[in-house]
Design a protein around this ligand. Structure first.
Ligand code: ADP
Ligand code: ZN
Length: 527
């Protein structure tokens, strides 16, 4: 058992070796640690698994006094406190899960200077009597974990985080360190301004995960596409994300029928089943596929997840990055697959429009969804596109994504785009993709006849493409902003200004070729 001298500045390397049992710092850790020990404020952006905890735990131990760690998640606090106590560090948590006597004990320990690290939920920390008590305690630092919670750009906005700004004025001279794995420049700016950390030094790690391979496929027959992908990963552990609990259940059952060991995970499972399935995946069973909703993953640390597949489109590029980021923590090759189709696009946009959120929030969510759609539709390196979103430049195409490995074919879709847009205009912007495709293909459905659309000049002018082909054209026109989906009118497509430019022949359109290469791409294997 190592006891650190109270209130003394200790050598961080010694603490790293003797207390944490680690041989060396990783990446930016050492720079952060010495900056904070010296009393500086810091904003630390590091991908999940990068080692953020050490960046505040170590300075807290070295500076003397108690390090106060703000964390939004009770489960995460519990894990961290347990891990620290195992190392012999006096750590505690203050949150709503404590009983009255437990809370009193924490307060007594704090007042007596017995604690080295105290994890607290923001609303507890900011209670007036708690702050008053802190006035009389020697504080080593404030660490604000999951600092993106202060931003509406983040995926997890928590208004109580805004109140943390008052720590700066109330405890001058106590260093503050904000940490997050959410790296887009808007979130970063929000953290600096809203937490009064404008003067803080920024420690930016690369968000590249070079061992993760990215691939995006047009969703055609999801189960078949998933099976092809999983066959290349036999005996390995991985996660399959689905949007709904139903799809999770159905997919897990179907995989088992195909002889692939799979367990479901979603919020509606009885707690004991959920934690049994999670344990099986994390520790007890090898080569297991966990089919899950986004309910799975926060704070999960399994190093050898070899693949992550998305059967449905995530809500944003951040969500996609976080979820795929659960693969390959051990640095060994890992593969991801995203299936994506017109329905996903329409549904995600619809979810935003119908969310009832304030207009400003909707706008942010649209932008974040569009960033992901951009990555889906790009014909150049996907990693470059992902990192560009985080403000990072990758000089060369990565050589480890589907577009790098099998260059996407493009074709001159100007005429096709004009036909599609013209179909929209001729039908007065009141119909969805299905009906417009019937019109272009010249199919006399009951609906076509009822609206006399077979009399339009666009009727039957699009026989050079098949149904899938037109689906692809419409989808790509939506993503590039030439068409808009009217969610208040059953997904009717409307022409935008950008669409008008194309319709009038003032801009040519290159489209991604999907018919042939799409299926070849499913054969993409490891190496
Ligand atoms: P984050 O909070 O950034 O997701 P953690 O702080 O939980 O990451 O650290 C992730 C893992 O990396 C942990 O298992 C931790 O013990 C390990 N780790 C952190 N720093 C080092 C280091 N310098 N050397 C070896 N392992 C480290
Ligand atoms: Zn690439």
């Amino acid at each position: 058992d190592i006891t650190l001298p109270p209130n003394a500045v200790t050598d961080p390397h010694e603490v790293l070796h003797r207390l944490f049992g680690l041989s060396a710092f990783r990446g930016q850790q050492e720079a952060v640690v010495s900056h904070v020990i010296a009393g500086g404020d810091a904003i630390v952006l590091m991908p999940t698994g990068g080692g953020k905890s050490l960046c505040y735990q170590l300075p807290a131990l070295c500076r003397g006094g108690v390090g106060i760690v703000v964390s939004p998640l009770i489960a995460l606090m519990r894990d961290q406190v347990a891990a620290l106590r195992q190392l012999g560090v006096a750590a505690a948590a203050m949150n709503s899960s404590l009983t009255g006597p437990e809370r009193a004990q924490v307060r007594a320990d704090l007042r007596a200077g017995r604690l080295k690290l105290l994890y607290a939920a923001p609303e507890r920390l900011l209670m007036p009597d708690f702050l008053e008590m802190l006035d009389g305690v020697k504080i080593a630092l404030f660490a604000i974990d999951e600092a993106h919670c202060v931003s509406q750009w983040g995926h997890d906005f928590r208004p109580e985080y805004l109140e943390l700004a008052q720590l700066a004025a109330r405890f001058p001279g106590v260093p503050r360190i904000a940490l997050t794995a959410t790296a887009d420049p808007q979130t970063r700016e929000d953290i600096a301004h809203r937490l009064a950390l404008d003067e803080a030094r920024l420690f930016l790690s690369s968000f590249d995960r070079p061992n993760i391979r990215y691939a995006v496929l047009r969703k055609e027959a999801p189960m078949r596409q998933l099976l092809t992908f999983l066959r290349a990963h036999e005996g390995e552990s991985g996660i399959v994300y689905c949007l709904s609990r139903n799809t999770v259940e159905q997919t897990a059952a179907a995989l088992n029928e195909h002889g692939i060991k799979a367990l479901p995970y979603h919020a509606r499972l009885p707690p004991e089943v959920r934690s049994a399935n999670q344990d099986a995946f994390l520790t007890t069973e090898e080569g297991l596929v966990l089919v899950a909703t986004v309910a799975f993953g926060m704070g999960v640390d399994k190093p050898d997840v070899r693949f992550v597949a998305h059967l449905d489109l995530p809500a944003s590029l951040e969500a996609f990055y976080q979820e795929t980021g659960r693969a390959g923590r051990d640095g060994l090759p890992a593969e991801t697959l995203l299936l994506y189709g017109m329905q996903d696009l329409v549904m995600r946009r619809g979810m935003i429009e119908q969310s009832g959120a304030p207009a400003q929030v909707k706008q942010i969510e649209r932008t974040k969804l569009d960033a992901l759609l951009g990555v889906c539709e790009t014909v150049t390196c996907r990693r470059q596109a992902i990192l560009a979103h985080f403000g990072e430049t990758l000089a060369q195409p990565c050589g480890n994504c589907d577009n790098c490995l099998t260059p996407a074919e493009t074709w001159d879709g100007t005429v096709a785009a004009q036909k599609a847009l013209s179909a929209v205009v001729r039908t007065r912007q009141r119909f969805g993709v299905g009906h417009l495709t019937d019109l272009l293909l010249g199919v006399k459905t009951e609906k076509i006849e009822r609206f006399e659309h077979d009399k339009l000049p666009t009727f039957g002018v699009g026989t050079e493409l098949d149904r899938k082909g037109w689906g692809s054209v419409f989808r790509q026109l939506i993503v590039r902003g030439a068409l808009e989906v009217d969610h208040d009118n059953y997904g009717a497509l409307c022409l935008t200004e950008a669409g008008e430019v194309i319709l009038r022949g003032r801009e040519s359109v290159r489209l991604r070729q999907e018919t042939a290469s799409g299926s070849a791409r499913t054969l993409l294997k490891k190496k």
